[in-house]
Each structure stands twice: as structure tokens, then as C-alpha cells.
Design a protein around this ligand. Structure first.
Ligand code: ADP
Length: 270
């Protein structure tokens, strides 16, 4: 809305150079707003577990002789500090991602291996909910990028698929190469996401149900990390979902050209 006002005034003046200045300023204001929002959100999110830990410490002090209460408070402190550390880790990851050109420092990455490890690292939470993770298909060519960041992205998607699904369901990870793109989709039989929510879930700290997200150890940053990693690799992430039936998150990443697809150096430049 700010943009419309500024541009209307500039149009009345009819000065093109002012338009450029005004646009720049609008851009700066918007960036500043986003940053201020982020800082406000981060402070709020950090304050919640820190406040809880502090209250629990007090309660622990008061309950010194009640063994059952002590154990209960200690367990809750442990849970809150786990949340705090997940949050700090995600915030660091996100700010790291914003400042760096990942692909420039990248290398050829075997996505199949990255997926295998991402699945492996989600084994315990999956087992605890009797969820089967089934991987099918194969990515034919390497992707150029950072294997650790790609791992973080896929781990987040699989982690969400498990957290937002009921026990005893199945999570599918489908891999295929198509039109020079590595296509990785993570499908669950979980809660599903309405079309309105689908528009917002990639925003930082956006959660459909904050209580549920926190309860399951979510930070509200997972999908925005996924989005950043994927776009830093020149790819895209999309979601398809039907409420109550499940969701599919699909990542598409450009594959590197292998010797077979390339007739020689001249072919690559056309
Ligand atoms: P969180 O840490 O809360 O999971 P994310 O950024 O990873 O944060 O996801 C944002 C929100 O999107 C979640 O809080 C949840 O409401 C919704 N969401 C993400 N993945 C799924 C999924 N596979 N099924 C249903 N809802 C999901």
C-alpha cells in the first residue's frame, strides 16, 4: 500500500528520477520491516522457553524435598532447553543461508545418498510412531550444491511428514529425474493443509497450530529453511495437499549435465 501512495505522488510530479528514488526507499522500508518482524518474532520465540526454564528452576527450588515433583520439573526443563537449542540452531541456519551464495562454493552432490541419510536420521522418530518410510526411484545425475544444506532441507521435510501424521501411517519419498531436473517428493498420510494455509507455511514462524507444532518439537522455521536452501540451489519447492488426507512436498533441483547428454563444450553454451 505504501508503494501505491508513493508512486501516485511521483506520477503527479512527473519526474522519473524521483520514481527510482522512491521505489528504492520503498524497497528499503520493506526489507527493514521484514527484518524488524523477524527480530520481534525471534525475541518472542526465545522468551517462551527461557521464561519457562526460569519458572521451572524456581519451582524446582521450592520442591526440593518432593522427589516426584523434582523429577517432573527436571524433565520439563530438559524439554524446554531442547526446544531452545532447536530454535537457536534453526535461527543460525537461516541467517547463514541468507548471507551466502551456496552454489558458488558447491560441489557435485549425489541426491540419492543425501536422501538415504536424511531418512536414516529420521529413523527414531518414525519408529516411535510406527511410521514406515518408503523410498522409491532414483535421481540419475548429480546436483551442484552443498550436501549438508540439502540434507537439512530433506530432513526437515521428512521430519514434518512424521510429526504431522498419525501413528501407523506411511511416509513415501519418491525420486526421479525428468527434463534435467531432480524431483524429490515427500508424501504423508497426515493432517493435510488447506489452500489458504499452503500460501503461508513457508513464512518464518508461521504455524497452522502453534501449540501442536511446539508440542511436537517444531520451531516454525523448518519450511522457510527448506525454501531458502532450495532456492539457493536454483530450484523450487511446492506443496500439494488435501485436508485430512495428507500432503506432498515436491522439490525440483537442476541436475548437472553429464557427459552423455552433452555433445561437447559448444553444445553447453547454446
Ligand atoms: P514447524 O517447526 O512448526 O513444523 P515448519 O516451518 O516446518 O514449522 O512448518 C510450518 C507449519 O506448516 C507447521 O507448523 C505445520 O502446521 C504445517 N506443516 C508442515 N509440514 C506439514 C505436513 N507434512 N503436514 C501437515 N502440516 C504441515
Amino acid at each position: 500500500q505504501g508503494t501505491i501512495v508513493v508512486q501516485a505522488r511521483v506520477a503527479a510530479l512527473g519526474e522519473e528520477y524521483i520514481l527510482i528514488l522512491a521505489d528504492d526507499r520503498t524497497e528499503i522500508t520493506r526489507t527493514e520491516e521484514i527484518r524488524n518482524d523477524f527480530v520481534a518474532n525471534v525475541s518472542h520465540e526465545l522468551k517462551t522457553p527461557v521464561g519457562a526454564i526460569s519458572l521451572l528452576a524456581e519451582a524446582l527450588d521450592d520442591a526440593a524435598s518432593d522427589e516426584v515433583a523434582v523429577r517432573r520439573f527436571a524433565q520439563r526443563m530438559h524439554k524446554e532447553s531442547g526446544r531452545l537449542s532447536a530454535l537457536v540452531q534453526d535461527i543460525i541456519e537461516l541467517s547463514r543461508l541468507q548471507g551466502t551464495d551456496v552454489v558458488r562454493r558447491g560441489k557435485p552432490v549425489d541426491v540419492n545418498a543425501v536422501i538415504a541419510e536424511a531418512v536414516d536420521r529420521n529413523k527414531l522418530p518414525a519408529e516411535s510412531k510406527q511410521i514406515d518410510i518408503v523410498v522409491g526411484g532414483k535421481i540419475e545425475s548429480p546436483v551442484y550444491g552443498d550436501p549438508d544444506l540439502l540434507m537439512t532441507a530433506f530432513r526437515n521435510l521428512i521430519d514434518n511428514a512424521i510429526r504431522y501424521s498419525p501413528e501407523g501411517t506411511r511416509v513415501g519419498v519418491g525420486l526421479r529425474s525428468r527434463d534435467g531436473l531432480a524431483q524429490i517428493s515427500v508424501t504423508d498420510q497426515g493432517l493435510g493443509i488447506t489452500p489458504e494455509e499452503q500460501e503461508r507455511i513457508f513464512e518464518r514462524f508461521y504455524r497452522i497450530d502453534a501449540a501442536r507444532s511446539r508440542q511436537t518439537g517444531g520451531t516454525g522455521l523448518g519450511l522457510s529453511i527448506v525454501k531458502h536452501v532450495v532456492s539457493n540451489h536454483g530450484g523450487e519447492v511446492t506443496v500439494w495437499s488435501q485436508q485430512g488426507q495428507g500432503s506432498t512436498f515436491t522439490v525440483r533441483l537442476p541436475e548437472m549435465e553429464t557427459a552423455d547428454d552433452d555433445a561437447g563444450p559448444a553444445a553447453a553454451s547454446g
